[in-house]
Design a protein around this ligand. Structure first.
Ligand code: NAD
Ligand code: 89Y
Length: 343
C-alpha cells in the first residue's frame, strides 16, 4: 500500500494527540516533524520514531517529500505557516483558532485557493462521539423541527497548567474553547445571522475573559444559546463535556453529564449513554477530545484521497471564526452584531 506522507509542525502539548491519531491510520505516515524548540522536537521524534526533524519550517518545506502538512502550533504562527505551505503547494491542516484576526483567516483561505490546495481547520469538537449522536437524532426527525437550542460548556478545570499561554492572552475562553461550542452550534443548528454576547473575567490570575454567554439567531429561525465558563466550580467536574439541549416541534433532546442522552418524542422517552471510545493511547478525561482528533484526521485523509473539500475547510471555518469576532465585538459594544457584515 502506498502511504500518504505527512509532516507536522509544532510538537507541543496537543500535537502528541495528533501524532497518535496519525499513527492509528494505516495509510498515513508522518515522515517529518518540526519545532523551534529542540527538546520538544527530540521528545516527539523519539516517541513516534520520526527521523527527519527540523527546527525551521522553511527548511522542512525546502526538503519536501510529504503530501500534506499538519500545523499544530499556537495561533500567532498559523498565517505564516499556511502561506508557506501554499507557496509550496502542500495541502494543509491548521489548528484552531484559525488566525489572530478574521482578516488573516480570509487571507489564508485566499492563499490556499490561489495555490489550489485544500485547507482544513482542525475543528474537532463536532467530531466528538456524543455530538455526532446528537446530530444523528436531529437528522432522524425524532424531535421534529428544532426551534431552540443550547450548547453549554461550564467547568472549573485547570487548563492553564498544560497550556500556560491561555492565561496570558487578552482574549481567552471564546477564542480558545467557545470557538468549538460555536462550531457545534453551527453544525447542529445551521449558520447564524446575528450574535449578542456578554463576557466576564472571574479568575483574577488570567488576562482574558473566562465566562461568555452568547445568543445566536440562526438563518433557519432557530434561536440558540452558547454559554461557556472556566470559572464554574461544580460538585462534579464535567471537563471536557459539552452539554446540549434542543427543543423541537415533536420532542426534546438533552445531552448531559457522563454522556447521558435523553430523547423525548411522541413515542416516549429513550435514554442512552453516548460515551466516546477510550482509545489505547488516550486518557480520561481527555478521551472525548482525543477520539475526535483521530476522527477528524481520518476525515482529512479520506477527503484528501478523494480530492474533496473537508467539512471543516478554511472556507467553512471562516463562518465559525466570524462568530468569535462577532461575540467579542458584541460584548465590547453592548450591541447585536450582524454576521454578514463580517464575512
Ligand atoms: P504548545 O505551546 O504546547 O505547542 C506549540 C508548539 O509549537 C511549541 O512546541 C512551539 O515551540 C512550536 N512552534 C510555535 N511556532 C512555531 C514555528 N513557527 N515553527 C516551529 N515550531 C513552532 O501549544 P498547544 O497547547 O499544543 O496548542 C497548539 C494549538 O493547538 C493551539 O492553537 C491550541 O489552541 C490548539 N489546541 C487545540 C485543541 C483541540 O481540541 N482542537 C486542544 C488543545 C489545543
Ligand atoms: O485549547 C482548548 C481546546 O481546544 O480544547 C480544550 C482546550 O485544551 C482548553 O480549553
Amino acid at each position: 500500500m502506498t502511504k500518504t506522507k505527512g509532516a507536522l509542525i509544532g510538537c507541543g502539548f496537543f500535537a502528541v494527540n495528533q501524532m497518535h491519531g496519525w499513527q492509528d491510520l494505516a495509510d498515513v505516515e508522518i515522515v517529518a516533524i518540526c519545532d523551534r524548540d529542540p527538546e520538544r522536537l527530540r521528545i516527539v521524534g523519539e516517541q513516534f520514531g520520526v527521523a527527519r526533524r527540523y527546527q525551521s519550517a522553511e527548511e522542512m518545506f525546502a526538503d519536501g517529500g510529504f503530501d500534506f502538512v499538519d500545523i499544530a502550533t499556537t495561533v500567532g504562527s498559523h498565517r505564516a505557516l499556511v502561506e508557506l505551505a501554499a507557496s509550496h503547494k502542500v495541502p494543509a491542516i491548521c489548528q484552531k483558532p484559525f488566525a489572530p484576526t478574521l482578516a488573516d483567516a480570509k487571507a489564508m483561505v485566499a492563499a490556499a485557493d490561489a495555490a489550489g490546495i485544500p485547507l482544513m481547520i482542525h475543528e474537532n469538537f463536532r467530531w466528538q462521539t456524543p455530538i455526532l449522536a446528537v446530530k444523528a437524532v436531529l437528522d432522524s426527525g425524532a424531535i421534529g423541527e428544532p426551534f431552540w437550542g443550547r450548547v453549554s460548556f461550564r467547568s472549573g478545570f485547570d487548563v492553564f497548567s498544560g497550556q500556560p499561554y491561555l492565561a496570558k492572552g487578552k482574549r481567552f475562553i471564546i477564542e480558545d474553547l467557545g470557538i468549538h461550542s460555536l462550531d457545534i452550534a453551527r453544525f447542529l443548528f445551521g449558520d447564524a445571522s446575528r450574535m449578542t454576547a456578554r463576557t466576564r473575567r472571574i479568575n483574577p490570575d488570567i488576562a482574558g475573559e473566562d465566562v461568555a454567554t452568547m445568543l445566536l439567531d440562526h438563518n433557519n429561525g432557530i434561536t440558540s444559546i452558547v454559554d461557556v465558563s472556566y470559572a464554574s466550580k461544580l460538585p462534579e467536574e464535567p471537563f471536557p463535556e459539552t452539554f446540549v439541549e434542543i427543543d423541537g416541534t415533536k420532542g426534546t433532546l438533552r445531552l448531559g453529564k457522563d454522556y447521558k442522552l435523553t430523547v423525548h418524542g411522541r413515542e416516549g422517552t429513550v435514554q442512552s449513554v453516548v460515551e466516546p471510545n477510550l482509545l489505547p493511547w488516550a486518557s480520561r478525561p481527555w478521551h472525548n477530545i482525543q477520539e475526535s482528533v483521530a476522527l477528524i484526521q481520518k476525515h482529512w485523509a479520506e477527503r484528501l484521497s478523494q480530492g474533496r473539500e473537508p467539512d471543516t475547510s478554511g472556507r467553512d471555518n471562516l463562518k465559525t471564526f466570524a462568530l468569535v469576532k462577532a461575540a467579542y465585538l458584541s460584548a465590547e459594544r453592548g450591541e447585536t452584531i450582524a454576521i454578514a457584515d463580517l464575512l
